[in-house]
Design a binder for this molecule. Structure first.
Ligand SMILES: *[C@@H]1O[C@H](CO)[C@@H](O)[C@H](O)[C@H]1NC(C)=O
Ligand SMILES: *[C@@H]1O[C@H](CO)[C@@H](O)[C@H](O)[C@H]1NC(C)=O
Ligand SMILES: *[C@@H]1O[C@H](CO)[C@@H](O)[C@H](O)[C@H]1NC(C)=O
Ligand SMILES: *[C@@H]1O[C@H](CO)[C@@H](O)[C@H](O)[C@H]1NC(C)=O
Ligand SMILES: *[C@@H]1O[C@H](CO)[C@@H](O)[C@H](O)[C@H]1NC(C)=O
Ligand SMILES: *[C@@H]1O[C@H](CO)[C@@H](O)[C@H](O)[C@H]1NC(C)=O
Length: 370
């Protein structure tokens, strides 16, 4: 008989024992950690967080130029309506709006007892190709591609387009950071997953993520990992190579990068970036019908035109809300405006729009355990 099988057997045994030991250790470690944090919550008020489920601060960022000031204020209002955790806003904007933000947000900050904090940054593109960057898609939208290098003091953030409204606690989205594995630098939803209507596979003349592409309207960015990845070094060469073929500007550049690095993206449920595409041809986001929409994205003008009355109704209710007033009034208005809106396929899914706001504001909300 040869010796090799014995060696193999021995190795196998050794491996099994090691695995058993490691497993046991991990389980006990988690058990004891749980107990530790449970105790800490009761007897020790030290700021150090041993329980990962407690979030100290949520960072939310957007870029806004020119005409979208009101719309972007509604992002902030919607966050404050449903989120109890302190929120830090990082806003990139032009000089005129900086003063307006400062006035409004300083006022709001005192009303909400400092739950809200903010920092304002100017729009800044690399000088070498500034014109190209400013002309891509909408003015200054491409700013977000440079964020990892512009604010090196921030570890992670939720980036949103200004036409986005939260309908539930931002904590739930923030919690996704803990679900991302070490190669994932960002999390986003798919553009859609219906080959019949999907834009990217039918029209794109450039590489894109997966089969259907990503929608970047809501983007979790682990800036630390994006910096390690060398993110900002990728964007200019890609823009120069593809600038004539990328109608959605920054979103297309994001898709091109992740086409070549699929392991770096964590795909989010469609309920975290719910667009009219998810309802205008019928229900295309089962998770939102089941658990409710958490973030609504009024892309292609859905909040403002008359094409999507249900999106408009939600926007109107939040737009009319004044910080500091009773949030229940928003819920009443959302319901009323949705009921009064002309019939539409998205409007048929009214319950998906109202589910989370109702649960949160009537205190029946429990964070889904996933
Ligand atoms: C954790 O706490 C429970 C009850 O509070 C106790 O029964 C258990 O022994 C503790 N486990 C550890 C590992 O300390
Ligand atoms: C923004 O909101 C203010 C106050 O509600 C209003 O006076 C102004 O007309 C709005 N601007 C735009 C562009 O909608
Ligand atoms: C914002 O306003 C405060 C006072 O309300 C002022 O101290 C601060 O310098 C202003 N910041 C900017 C960027 O305008
Ligand atoms: C982002 O990634 C860094 C490096 O992997 C990690 O230390 C940090 O905890 C991550 N941030 C969040 C919010 O998960
Ligand atoms: C796509 O269209 C085909 C033919 O009209 C239809 O049978 C199929 O169900 C559609 N797929 C989706 C996901 O809507
Ligand atoms: C992270 O998850 C993605 C998607 O499941 C996978 O492709 C990738 O290999 C994982 N990375 C690590 C380091 O496990």
């Amino acid at each position: 008989m040869r010796r090799l099988p014995y060696l193999k057997l021995f190795l196998l045994l050794f491996l099994s024992l090691t695995l058993y030991y490691v497993f046991n250790y991990t389980v006990n470690y988690h058990k004891s950690n749980k107990n530790l944090s449970a105790n800490v919550k009761v007897i020790d008020k030290s700021p150090k967080n041993l329980d990962k489920d407690i979030i100290d601060r949520i960072v939310i960022s957007f870029v806004v130029c020119e005409t979208r000031f009101n719309e972007s204020l509604n992002v902030i209002k919607s966050v404050l309506l449903f989120t109890k955790t302190p929120v830090h806003f990082v806003i990139f904007t032009d000089e005129l709006l900086r003063l307006q933000f400062n006035d409004t947000l300083t006022r709001w900050k005192s009303i909400v007892n400092n739950q809200l904090d903010f920092e304002l940054h100017k729009i800044e593109f690399p000088k070498a190709h500034e014109e190209d960057w400013l002309n891509l898609f909408s003015k200054c939208a491409a700013q977000r591609l440079f964020i990892p290098k512009l604010i090196t003091h921030i570890d992670a953030m939720i980036y949103v387009d200004t036409d986005t409204l939260f309908l539930g606690p931002a904590d739930e989205l923030w919690h996704t950071f803990t679900k991302m594995n070490s190669s994932q630098i960002s999390a986003m939803t798919l553009e859609d997953d219906n080959p019949n209507i999907s834009w990217y596979p039918r029209f794109a003349k450039h590489p894109f993520y997966g089969k259907y592409g990503l929608n970047s309207g809501v983007m979790l960015m682990n800036l630390t990992r994006m910096r390690d990845f060398g993110w900002v070094d990728y964007v200019t060469p890609i823009m120069l190579k593809w600038k004539l073929y990328i109608p959605w500007g920054d979103q297309d550049i994001i898709n091109i990068i992740f086409h070549y690095h699929p392991r770096a993206v964590h795909v989010l449920s469609c309920r975290y970036n719910y667009r009219s595409d998810q309802c205008m041809y019928g229900d295309a986001c089962a998770d939102a019908s089941r658990r409710g929409v958490l973030a609504l994205h009024g892309s292609r003008g859905a909040f403002h035109g008359h094409k999507q009355p249900a999106f408009q109704a939600i926007y109107k209710a939040i737009n009319e809300y004044e910080i500091g007033k009773d949030p229940m009034t928003v819920l009443t208005k959302m319901d009323q405006y949705l009921t009064e809106a002309p019939q539409s396929l998205c409007g048929n899914l009214k319950d998906a729009f109202l589910k989370v706001p109702v649960e949160v504001l009537t205190k029946k909300y429990t964070k889904p355990d996933r």
